[in-house]
Design a protein. Structure first.
Length: 105
């Protein structure tokens, strides 16, 4: 079952066995149209099964197209893979140590 709400412009795609929800902002849509051409043509290509990973990954990850083409398949797979385990929340002490280490003074 898809968690995407088409009334909000959402779409779901399966990547590495995990459903990913795409919820584009207006800014992202404008940028995608500038980079990929008219969005209606993009939708038609997707409906015909002609949309390629190279057209999805850069926009989904916020990469430039050149970044996508420079990445290895292993790097793309690592970025798209679900995290190995959830991150533990920072403790108060860890937060203070980070703040001291990264302070401007």
């Amino acid at each position: 079952m898809s968690g995407a709400n088409p009334l909000r412009g959402e779409a779901a795609i399966m990547l590495a066995g995990t459903e990913r929800l795409l919820r584009p902002s207006f800014t992202a849509l404008v940028a995608a149209e500038e980079e990929l051409g008219p969005l209606f043509a993009l939708v038609e290509r997707a409906g015909a099964g002609q949309l390629r990973l190279a057209g999805i990954v850069p926009r989904t990850l916020g990469w430039r197209v050149a970044d996508f083409w420079a990445a290895t398949p292993a790097e793309i797979a690592a970025v798209l893979a679900p995290p190995a385990s959830p991150a533990d929340p920072l403790t108060r002490g860890e937060m203070h140590r980070l703040m001291e280490r990264e302070s401007d003074g």
